[in-house]
Design a protein around this ligand. Structure first.
Ligand code: ATP
Length: 335
């Protein structure tokens, strides 16, 4: 379990993360989403004790990371797949990490096997593709057989087979009761992998919810309706509009209908003597929900977006509550 409370980090005059409170629970894959620069990597670094919070706390298994007994066996992380000594072979790299953490050498071959790199174990990692480096980073995260795993963009650079492998690995790790916290920009992938989502924008919490609720709350579902000909489509459009529905004609002749439930559409068609060739429900996608919720918190926008200049800057966050003196003492003691 990871617990963040009022977690804040300021670099110069910029709050990279501000007043974040959330729990990442065991037994589930928790996706960590947010636009570029939202503060995901900063949050992960704070969890791993690689940076000190300006205010607030974050603990893993009840302890700040730096005071976690036997940390490498409790927490594994992939932050930057290319942050490897490229002159070493994959096996030597993992052996070195294992020795530093008191992990037996035999575990090195086990994790190389799990990530599919046994065949290149004696190759220097500087010749590795991004996908192979990702696999090596994942192997390093798994070395201590930890209960808590953090992955920052683990599918970056992987081919479709690799992406599917990471998805299944994450699900398996969570099914074993581990805490799995994973950031990604690939919404379609996250909708297949994650059970729960934590979404941030400009360093602040936007949503902490199940994937299902996130989509239901922010992406609207619709019905797709198709009739045999234009006349019947026009008749049905009138009937649906009179019943309070919204109807959009799609280029292929189908209708996208919101505001009338599926049985209601069927009844209206029957009453208007319209035959239906298609009546199908379509739920919103994670990408749609994500775009709707994070639009105001996007820092970097393409210049082809004509609305860009119209969007208001978010007001700067108010000054954070400073940590209690006991928290300051705790963080001093942890240094
Ligand atoms: N060491 C640092 N010094 C100064 N500013 C930093 C530092 N690390 C992060 N930042 C700033 O903090 C903000 C959050 O950055 P962070 O890398 O955590 O975002 P992110 O959500 O991981 O982004 P991305 O999706 O692009 O990787 C950014 O504005 C970034 O420029």
């Amino acid at each position: 379990m990871i617990e963040a409370r009022g977690l804040s980090k300021r670099y110069g005059d910029k709050w990279a993360v501000y007043n974040l409170s959330f729990d990442v629970r065991p037994g589930a894959v928790t996706g960590f989403l947010g636009p570029n620069g939202a503060g995901k990597s900063t949050t992960m670094r704070l969890i791993l004790g690689l940076d000190e919070p300006t205010a607030g706390t974050v603990t893993v298994g009840g302890h700040p990371f730096r005071r976690l007994p036997n940390a490498p066996r409790q927490v594994g992380a992939l932050l930057d797949a290319k942050a490897v000594h490229g002159g070493r072979t994959a096996r030597a790299h993992l052996k070195c990490l294992a020795q530093l953490s008191g992990i037996p050498d035999r575990r090195v071959d086990e994790v190389l096997d799990v990530v599919g790199l046994l065949g290149v174990a004696f190759q220097r990692s500087k010749g590795f593709s991004l996908g192979m480096s990702q696999r090596l980073g994942i192997a390093a995260a798994l070395l201590g057989d930890p209960q808590v795993l953090l992955f920052d963009e683990p599918v970056n650079g992987l081919d479709p087979e690799g992406i599917r492998w990471v998805r299944e690995l994450m699900k398996r790790l969570a099914a074993e009761g581990r805490t799995v916290f994973v950031s990604s920009h690939l919404m379609s992938e996250m909708s297949l992998t994650a059970d729960h989502l934590i979404v941030i924008g400009r360093g602040q919490l936007i949503a902490d919810t199940s994937v299902k609720d996130f989509i239901e709350r922010s992406a609207s579902g619709y019905a797709l309706v198709r009739t045999p000909d234009e006349d019947q489509t026009a008749t049905l459009t009138t009937a649906l509009t009179e019943a309070g529905g919204s109807v959009e004609a799609l280029p292929d002749g189908a209708l996208k209908v919101t505001g009338v439930p599926l049985p209601g559409i069927s009844d209206l068609a029957h009453e208007a003597d319209v035959r239906l060739w298609e009546l199908s429900p379509h739920s919103g996608s994670l990408e749609e929900a994500y775009m709707a919720l994070t639009q105001p918190a996007v820092d970097f926008r393409s210049t082809t977006d004509r609305r860009a200049g119209l969007l208001q800057e978010l007001p700067p966050p108010p000054a954070p509550v400073l940590p209690q003196s006991s928290e300051v003492l705790e963080s001093e003691a942890a240094r």
